[in-house]
Ligand binder design. Structure first.
Ligand SMILES: *Cc1c(COP(=O)(O)O)cnc(C)c1O
Length: 358
């Protein structure tokens, strides 16, 4: 049986073509900066994002952590959203390894942090009681806010606010290419205003490993030391970078298909009795490849399964989804390279029958 695995866009396996590109990669020792394939990937991503330099890292988590440790020191403060991946799912690395203090602001449903709330949170640098605010972190697309695309003008506004206060902006762009396809804008439209940006190659782009952190030449020079400190100095990493280059050649434009599939999935979910997805109505920008939905409390009262139960009934039907959070009512499904239009029909049928328990 073939699973319809909608848990995450990280579950894709490298295709034949990608594996051939990896096998053929010209490599060298990247700690000596002698791996031509890694350098090619770093330059290419930096170019796409309108930045001077790039740094290949093992994961999105390492990319964000490297950025935070480069921007902020012991006792410094970084502003993050309460639904940010960095805040929720990165093991508290900035505190654990960098002694960085976080100011956590409420995300809006658009994945933003309200400008007024940021202005309020900025510390007075003259006040000896206060930590120094060094950085504002934004996320695009915003994962936990439903894969919503940030309005690029919003990023510009935050960058202006940051510049006035003498601090920096880091963009967690794990799914930046999804945002770019969804609004039909170049990815640099969001990164141009940010001081640093991280993009993942192993999400919708389908590479097995890797992310790229980009910024100014000086920033990346410092980040390279941090990456080494974190144990992320890899040697013949061109084998992995080749997969990233292949993904940029072949797997960017096709993200449109993931977005179409996700849109149809969200609509279909909205038509199943007892299920609700906020993603059946259009946001101010766009939805992408993540679909969050919930089981209505009244449905659960009258015998519908809770999120964990629904996920296990789906599994019996060959469909994998992720229960989310503590409410016991929320789930997530993600479309990707290995999900085809027909799979959405199968998943919707499975959802309908799993809800009824038939
Ligand atoms: C997946 C993800 C990351 C982390 O990437 P890993 O490669 O899994 O470490 C960071 N930010 C966002 C928004 C993500 O979705």
């Amino acid at each position: 049986m073939r699973w319809i695995d909608l848990r995450s866009d990280t579950v894709t396996r490298p295709t034949e073509g990608m594996r051939r590109a990896m096998a053929a990669a010209v490599v060298g020792d990247d700690v000596y900066e002698e791996d031509p394939t890694v350098r090619q990937l770093e330059e290419r991503v930096a170019d796409l994002l309108g930045k001077e330099a790039g740094l290949f890292v093992a994961s999105g988590t390492m990319g964000n952590l490297t950025a935070l440790l480069t921007h902020a020191g012991r006792g410094d403060e970084v502003i993050v959203g309460h639904l940010a991946h960095t805040f929720l799912y990165e093991v508290g690395g900035s505190a654990g390894l960098g002694s960085i203090h976080t100011a956590v602001l409420q995300n809006t449903v658009e994945g933003t942090l309200p400008v007024a709330a940021i202005a309020e949170a900025l510390r007075n640098p003259q006040d000896i009681h206060a930590p120094r605010t060094r950085l504002i972190c934004l996320e695009n697309t915003h994962n936990r806010c439903g894969g919503v695309v940030l309005d690029p003008a919003y990023v510009d506004t935050i960058a202006r606010l940051a510049a006035e206060g003498g601090l920096a902006v880091h963009l967690d762009g794990a799914r930046l290419f999804n945002a770019a396809r969804a609004l039909d804008l170049p990815p640099s439209r969001w990164s141009q205003a940010a001081d640093s940006i991280m993009v993942c190659l192993s999400k919708g782009l389908g590479a097995p490993v890797g992310s790229v952190l980009c910024g100014s030449r000086d920033f990346i020079r410092s980040a390279r030391r941090v990456r080494k400190m974190l144990g992320g100095g890899m040697r013949q990493a061109g084998i992995l970078a080749a997969a990233g280059l292949y993904a940029l050649d072949w797997n960017v434009a096709r993200l449109d298909e993931d977005h179409r599939n996700a849109c149809r999935l969200a609509k279909g979910i909205g038509e199943i009795a007892g299920l609700t997805s906020p993603q059946t109505s259009p946001p101010s920008t766009a939805w992408t490849n993540l679909v969050y939905f919930s089981i209505d409390p009244t449905a659960i009262e009258s015998g519908a399964p809770d999120a964990a139960r629904l996920a296990s009934r789906l599994r019996e039907r060959g469909v994998l989804a992720t229960p989310i959070g503590k409410s016991g009512r929320e789930l997530r499904m993600v479309t990707h390279l290995d999900i085809h239009a027909e799979d959405i029909d199968v998943a919707l049928h499975a959802l309908e029958s799993a809800m009824k328990g038939t």
